[in-house]
Design a protein around this ligand. Structure first.
Ligand SMILES: *[C@@H]1O[C@H](CO)[C@@H](O)[C@H](O)[C@H]1NC(C)=O
Ligand SMILES: *[C@@H]1O[C@H](CO)[C@@H](O)[C@H](O)[C@H]1NC(C)=O
Length: 432
């Protein structure tokens, strides 16, 4: 009897590298799973938690001894839909992935014994640093996938990729920017750019704007239009590629406030819904939008035509128009000229490559060019000021990812290097 068992075991072990050696387990092997479930049942029975543990993944080794010895690392999560006396599996129980534990368990399987599994020892082990960070991320930002093991594991992988990106951005940062975990840390770079910028870049256009006249660059060392009551609070585009509309309303809000003395928050949704040349949540071009606003007859207020972060039917009412423009200008891509225009005229609509912005926390960003190639502009934002910090001249940029991103919703980036393509499409509306 025991001889038969041994020969079977040696055949099993023969699938792996070294007979009698320590080999990696195959997590899909039903015998491995049974050993892990046996251990989890014992650990669950001894634990003080009301809810049982359910196994969510296994790794480890096995070795042929007098029987099979498994040394497993078992990840479990608590389930509030099953009890300790139930059969416990992910098919039958809903787990809460914010309650994970890792156990190291040594299980002996001897098919000739009864019961055939013995839990030789176990102890709780901490999760990896990265998963611990992910767990605290989940605690900070309400997420809806914490009952979905597959989604959790996918998001954990994305989060780990983002931790690498953050580390690379930080290691190669030439300015003073800090990068780190924020509300976007579980979104892949590709998904992020398609939902919070315009992954396919700005659409083509043959519209030509008149050039702004050349200005003297004898200008103040710093300008911040936020201090002049011409910039509305930071808005949030949500998961909709409508950045272009926010950069346009921000510019017109500034022009109106500067020329008319009244700061009015304007409607992006009107542009998303009614500007038929542009593509709503799928992207748009500021200078198309300027022309469309003139064709429509103006902009409604934010409160009359509120933001929905989704494409919708146009319900523009001309009688609700509060602001109109009489034209738009192309501003020089010379950053000294941009500064001169901004200093005397107000905030500027620009395009930028947003790839280095997802994980930004603060400071003057000067990312490596490979992180934000100037040729790939995919985000519309608003320059509201500039300054100089020691040897670093910078722009102050109003973004539309909410006030919890970056420096209270703002981005500072090095000035004078064409960084991330920020000087490639500066434009502004004009107000009569
Ligand atoms: C603005 O001027 C630049 C430089 O002359 C030109 O390449 C660009 O196409 C112009 N953009 C618009 C919208 O007129
Ligand atoms: C818009 O109005 C301003 C102020 O009256 C004027 O200087 C400017 O030339 C006008 N722009 C266009 C394109 O008509």
């Amino acid at each position: 009897m025991s001889f038969v068992a041994f020969s079977v075991l040696c055949v099993v072990a023969g699938v792996f590298a070294t007979p009698g050696g320590v080999n990696e387990i195959d997590p899909s092997d039903s015998n491995v799973q049974a050993a892990a479930d046996f251990a989890v049942g014992e650990i669950s029975a001894q634990s003080k938690t009301v809810n049982p543990y359910v196994r969510t993944s296994i790794s480890g080794t096995q070795q042929v001894v007098a029987g099979l010895k498994y040394e497993l690392t078992i990840k479990v999560a608590e389930s509030s839909t099953c009890s300790k006396t139930d059969e416990l599996s992910l098919d039958l129980c809903t787990v809460d992935m914010t309650t994970i534990h890792y156990f190291r368990a040594v299980v002996l399987w001897q098919s000739w014994m009864s019961p055939d599994y013995t839990l030789l020892e176990f102890n709780e082990v901490p999760p990896s640093d990265e998963e611990a960070k992910f767990q605290s991320f989940l605690a900070s930002y309400a997420r809806t996938y914490t009952n979905d093991v597959k989604q959790y594991e996918m998001k954990l992988m994305t989060f780990q990729d983002n931790l690498k990106t953050i580390q690379q951005l930080q290691a190669n940062e030439q300015g003073t920017a800090q990068y780190g975990i924020n509300e976007f840390s579980d979104i892949s770079a590709q998904e992020f750019l398609s939902t919070h910028a315009m992954a396919n870049g700005f659409p083509e256009s043959d519209v030509e704007l008149p050039m702004a006249p050349k200005l003297s660059t004898d200008i103040p060392t710093s300008v911040d239009w936020r201090e002049k009551n011409v910039v509305t609070p930071v808005k949030n585009q949500g998961s909709c590629g409508s950045c272009w509309a926010f950069s346009v309303t921000g510019n017109i809000e500034g022009q109106w406030a500067i020329h008319k003395g009244k700061l009015i928050s304007l409607s992006e949704q009107e542009l998303v819904d009614c500007d038929k040349v542009d593509h709503g949540c799928e992207g748009g071009l500021p200078w198309n939008a300027f022309k469309q606003i003139m064709a429509l007859g103006g902009l409604e207020t934010e409160s009359d035509y509120p933001y929905k972060a989704a494409d919708g039917m146009c319900h523009f009412e001309k009688s609700k128009v509060v602001v109109n423009i009489n034209g738009s200008l192309n501003i020089s891509s010379d950053e000294d000229q941009m500064a001169a225009w901004l200093a005397s005229n107000g905030p500027i609509t620009i395009g930028i490559n947003a790839a280095a912005m997802q994980h930004y926390h603060g400071g003057i960003a000067d990312p490596w060019t490979i992180f934000c190639r100037p040729s790939q502009i995919d985000h519309g934002v608003l320059i509201v000021g500039y300054g100089q910090d020691g040897s670093k001249p910078f722009w102050i940029i109003k973004n539309s990812w909410g006030a919890s991103w970056g420096e209270k919703g703002y981005y500072r980036i090095i000035r004078g290097k064409g960084k991330c393509g920020l000087n490639r499409m500066p434009t502004s509306a004009t107000v009569a």
